[in-house]
Structure formats: C-alpha cells, structure tokens
Design a protein around this ligand. Structure first.
Ligand SMILES: [Zn+2]
Ligand SMILES: [Zn+2]
Length: 425
C-alpha cells in the first residue's frame, strides 16, 4: 500500500470565523462547501499545496464532531490518507491485526470510498483511508480501452471488454503461495483478484464472436460475490466496434462456464430467456455440453443452465465432436485440464497465427507453467497442454488473446532466461 496525505480534518466551533482566519491570516483559497449529511457536519476544504485542510462544523448536537468538540474543544480531528485500492488496504491492515472502526469500506463524500482506522491502533491518531471516486470500482488506475483491433492476414480480430469480475486469488493461482501471486495481482479485503472478460470478434468470411462475457442475468447477491464491475459492457463494446448483436453469424464457446457463456442469453421484457445474438448459430463442443448438462459436485458451481439450455430450446445450438474448422482460418483444439472438454481457438490467415487461450492461460501471469488455477479439474493436463501451447506460441510468434487479463488484451509469449513472459501487442 502506498498512502498519500489527502487532507487534515480540523473540528471547529464557528466555521465562518475559522474560514476567515485561514483565508486572511494565510492567504489560502476556500473551496465551495459540501454537506456530508450522514455525518451531520458541514465541511469546507481549504487547499494547501497538494493536500487540504478540512474544516468541520457540527450541524446537529448528536454528531461525532459535536461530541468531539464538547469533550476536547476544537482542534485536530483526523488525517486522511488516499489509497488506490481501499479493499486491499483494509485487508492488509486487518491481516496485521490493526483495529478498524470500519471493518469494511463504506461510501464517503464525492463518490469516494472510506474506512476509519481506530486511534488505539494508530498511536492516538484517527486515520481515515480514502479511495477517490474515479478509481473506485476496481484496482485499475488506467482501465484499458473497451476494444482493441488487430489485423491477421485477411481477418480482423477485435477484442471486446465485458467489464471485470473478482475471483478468489487462491482459486485463480492454485499451488502458488499468496506471498507470490499477490504481488502480481493484489487481493481485495475478500481475498479476490480482478479479472477482465474479453470476448473476441473474428471477421472474415463470416462474423464470429468467441465467448460472450458474464451477461446481465445475475442478481445482487451474485454481483456482490463476484465483485462485478459493469464499467465496460459487451453491448457498448460491440457498438464501439460498429457491430450489433444481429451482425454476429457464429457464437463459439471455449467452454460453458458462466464467466464465458453468461452473455449467450438474455432475459426479455416478459422474463423469458432467449439467445442474445438473434441470427447466430451457437457452436459448443459436445463433451462440454454433456458435462454442463450433467454437473457433479466438483464442477456445478461454474455452470448455470440459463446460459445455454435456452439455445437448445431455440434450435440455434450446434454441437461439434472433435477438433474442427469452424470457419475458414478458425479451428478449435481441445485442451482439457480446466474442464474435460475445454478448448482453445487457433486462428490462421496470410501466414500469421493467433490463438484465443480462454482458461488455458487466463491472464498473462498464467504463462508461467506452474501457475494453474485451483479450479482446473485436471491441473496436470493443463500443465502438459500449456507447455506445448507455449512452445508453439514462442516458435511461431502466435498472437495470444488473454480472456481474463484485466489490462492486456493480447500479446506475444517470449522465453527469457528460462522463464516465460508476455510482450503486450
Ligand atoms: Zn472456466
Ligand atoms: Zn474463465
């Protein structure tokens, strides 16, 4: 955590007199006032260089500021430290045994998120942590563009963002100790890491989309459990790419987990589920379909029948048995590992190669061969297939698309000093 002094809070009895003092005695400028209703105080910010003074006057006798002034008289009340990821910051403090007034971050002024540290754990100082509104929804400071375009021979490839979700870090990194993975992917207070969701458009003889994100069928409890962040949305990304759902001819599934197939269906105004892409044929590997429609205790949490059953009912489902060419230049290849019939998509045109790695290599961090999600059903299969995939990708300079990476849409895998890394494209 890197904290920056945001402001110093000062409790005052007479706000106008205090403001006049700072303005006249120090020549400071006074910003417009803001009423923080939940705290029953009037707050005025006075900028001093990079930080501010916050003058606080109670507007109700039962407010915390009124009680403070009654007990100790006016004076220094709190300091506020600004952080990029307040969930991670609070998690870090709690893991160190620091006593928090707010065990979980809560809404503050101007769309910020705040949490107070108890003075007994901070050498007598009341410390407020604050994450400003702009960086609120995920740990990403510079969110990547919603779409990224690539040309591969005759084909156009467009990576689209359907937003972000949060997944348990242990589940995502398997045998890798948290001390290691949390450096690469910081965890929030609930031990979750931020993942992107990036369906891929392939435009050639026909227009195809590979996987379709999370969709919008989840209820509030689901969205909370997975920290769903809708700043990006597949419909908006499609529009940015000048495409409509009607333009899609083929929807190809890497597998049917809800974070890939959730966007296959939508609920219409009458509440009925229907295919999201009205003209498309949906192509699913038969073994994956069988698994998704006959779940067991180890895979049931990842499948939601509402994502794919309506496709069969609407007659738009096409099952393929083996590795096959889906359209010119686009071929599926079974990997197993993550799910028994999980597949990647190999794309070739004009002597150039690309691959949609799906959950074989969900993020750029997962190019390291031992970094395999704990949720993979057969991790040793993942290991063997990933090793071969990496070798091929390095040798043939394959442009690899990373479905779950929060900031890198695609890149080239390189080998340096015996370890793998990704050069973003
Ligand atoms: Zn999956
Ligand atoms: Zn996934």
């Amino acid at each position: 955590m890197k904290a920056v002094l945001d402001h110093v809070g000062i409790a005052v009895k007479d706000l106008s007199a205090a403001l006049a003092f700072y303005r006249d005695a120090f020549g400071l400028e006074v910003e417009a006032p803001e009423e923080v209703t939940s705290q029953r105080v009037r707050a005025h910010f006075v900028p001093v260089g990079e930080s501010k003074l916050e003058l606080l006057e109670a507007t109700a006798s039962e407010s915390a500021i009124a009680r403070y002034v009654d007990k100790r008289g006016p004076g220094l009340h709190h300091i506020t430290l600004r952080v990029d990821d307040i969930d991670a910051a609070v998690g870090q403090l709690r893991s160190r045994g620091v006593r928090m007034i707010d065990e979980h971050p809560r809404p503050g002024a101007e769309g910020s998120t705040i949490a107070f540290v108890h003075p007994s754990s901070a050498h007598g100082v009341l410390i407020e942590l604050k994450q400003p509104a702009s960086a609120n929804q995920s740990a990403l400071r510079d969110p990547p563009p919603a779409i990224s375009r690539f040309t591969l021979g005759e084909l156009e490839l467009i990576s689209l963002s359907d937003g972000f979700l949060r997944m348990d870090g242990g589940l995502m990194f398997g045998i890798v100790p948290k001390a290691q993975w949390s450096v690469a992917a910081p965890a929030d207070a609930r031990n979750r890491v931020t993942l992107g969701m990036r369906p891929l458009i392939v435009r050639g003889a026909r227009t195809m989309i590979i996987d379709a994100g999370l969709g919008r069928k989840g209820d509030a409890a689901f969205e909370d459990a997975y920290g769903v962040d809708h700043r990006y949305d597949l419909d908006r990304a499609l529009a940015d790419a000048r495409l409509a759902p009607e333009d899609i001819d083929i929807v190809l599934a890497s597998h049917l987990h809800f974070d890939h197939a959730g966007g296959f269906t939508v609920r219409d105004v009458s509440g009925r589920l229907r295919p999201r892409f009205p003209r498309a044929q949906y192509i699913v590997r038969r073994g994956e379909w069988e698994d998704a429609t006959h779940v067991h205790s180890q895979n049931t949490a990842r499948y939601q029948a509402d994502d794919y059953r309506p496709l069969a009912e609407a007659g738009v489902l096409q099952l393929v048995d083996d590795d096959a060419t889906i359209m010119p230049g686009v071929r599926v290849k079974r990997t197993g590992g993550h799910s028994t019939h999980h597949q990647v998509v190999m794309i070739e045109s004009g002597g150039k190669s690309a691959a949609f790695a799906a959950d074989l290599i969900p993020t750029t961090k997962h190019v390291t061969e031992s970094w395999i999600p704990a949720l993979d059903l057969y991790p040793m299969d993942t290991l063997a297939v990933k090793r071969a995939f990496n070798e091929d990708a390095v040798a043939r300079e394959v442009l690899v698309f990373f479905y779950h990476d929060p900031s890198v849409a695609a890149g080239y895998i390189r080998e340096e000093h015996g370890s793998r890394l990704v050069i973003p494209a």
